[in-house]
Design a protein around this ligand. Structure first.
Ligand SMILES: *Cc1c(COP(=O)(O)O)cnc(C)c1O
Length: 378
């Protein structure tokens, strides 16, 4: 089956007891058992829930993976993946990482003597140089936030596998609609389903998708043993969101294209970052590795931080907020919001300066979005 069909049907059969076409919200904590060791596959709802099972198979199917696991947040999913490691192991990651992932590496698992080195995201040879005999995991985020730089998944997978390290790809920005990391050699794909996957800014959730049975069993063990599971209602909302993932992603991208082109021509805009533009440094890689360029656009405003402040206050259709991937358009100021915890010198060295704005382009009518940008930037 093709992507859009799987988004609507995978893992979701009509309910056998009633014929309900929608998977029910199994709002239960336990399941009645017929006798000792005899049950219908479910014993306790932290361990398993039929609504969650449906979402997990749907996500696995969309990433073309064997197994999916759903979590209470993207970071809970990350923590479960990191549970594959032992004290003394080493991670190689990229420098342009989601702030929460960086905090998890440095301030949570760092305390368990698992160290992480960060290399320039697009510099393939830097990953090779950073590998140590104890490197057990390479962790990529591509495209990155907020400059939308890319890592070459296939090339980095080869480097990781030469040393039996696992390659994890955070696919939150691209979604399986535009990028299929398992097919490019990744061992584990990770999502904050909070973003495009759910797509309606009303759930916090995460997911992990993989092919290997042993890795699946280990992460599933952690899901139950540490217990960061999503609620049946959140799982159901996410599944409902996924049904329109393909149409939403097409519209996000179409609107993002128009906005990227509009901003490129604007006299108050210094630079536009969108992987679809030929001027983007990773444009060729994006064409090779992705089947589309997504809905995120960043740009540098010509002016001072005060000017940027008055721009964001004038928006009427765009909302000034963190997060991304919902149907509504958001604008954020990475220097003080998503990247506020990174020291100014490090942040600016990576190109995240005070006049950079990041737009999560929604699926409203693009003429309204452009009119809003026009009046706000004037
Ligand atoms: C939001 C986000 C996360 C964290 O997910 P939560 O659902 O907020 O815990 C991880 N990676 C990326 C790329 C994100 O954008």
């Amino acid at each position: 089956m093709k992507f859009s069909t799987k988004a609507i049907h995978a893992g979701q059969e009509p309910d056998p007891s009633s014929g309900a076409i929608m998977t029910p919200i199994f709002q239960t904590s336990t399941y009645v058992q017929t006798g000792i060791g005899e049950h219908k596959g479910y014993e306790y709802a932290r361990t398993g829930n039929p609504t969650r099972t449906a979402l997990e198979s749907c996500l696995a199917s969309l990433e073309n993976g064997q197994h999916g696991l759903a979590f209470a947040s993207g970071l809970a999913a990350e923590y479960a993946v990191l549970s594959l490691l032992n004290p003394g192991d080493h991670i190689v990651s990229c420098d342009d990482l989601y702030g929460g992932s960086y905090r998890l590496f440095e301030r949570v698992i760092g305390r368990y003597h698992i160290d992480t080195d960060y290399v320039t995201v697009g510099d393939t040879s830097a990953y090779k140089k950073a590998m140590r005999p104890n490197t057990k995991m390479v962790w990529l985020e591509t495209p990155t936030n907020p400059l939308l730089r890319l890592a070459d998944i296939k090339a980095v997978a080869e480097i990781a596998h030469e040393q039996n390290a696992l390659l994890v790809v955070d696919n939150t920005f691209a979604t399986p609609y535009f990028q299929q990391p398992l097919a490019l050699g990744a061992d584990i794909v990770l999502h904050s389903t909070t973003k495009y996957i759910n797509g309606h800014s009303d759930v916090i959730g995460g997911a992990v998708i993989m092919n290997d049975e042993d890795i699946y069993q280990q992460i599933k063990f952690h899901q139950n043993a540490a217990g960061a599971v999503p609620s049946p209602f959140d799982v159901w909302l996410t599944m409902r969101g996924i049904k329109t993932l393909a149409v939403r992603m097409r519209q996000h991208q179409e609107n993002a294209w128009d906005i990227a082109r509009y901003l490129t021509e604007h006299s108050r805009v210094q630079q536009v970052y969108y992987p679809g533009l030929a001027s983007h440094p990773d444009h060729e890689l994006a064409r090779r590795q992705m089947s589309g360029f997504g809905g995120m656009v960043s740009f540098q405003f010509k002016g001072t931080m005060d000017d940027v402040d008055s721009v964001v206050r004038r928006f009427k259709v765009f909302s000034f907020a963190e997060s991304l991937g919902g149907v509504e358009s958001l604008v954020c100021h990475p220097a003080t919001m998503t990247h506020g915890s990174i020291p100014k010198e490090i942040r600016e060295a990576r190109g995240v300066n005070d006049t950079l704005l990041r737009v999560s382009v929604g699926i409203e009518d693009v003429t309204d979005l452009i009119a809003d940008l026009e009046q706000a930037l004037a």
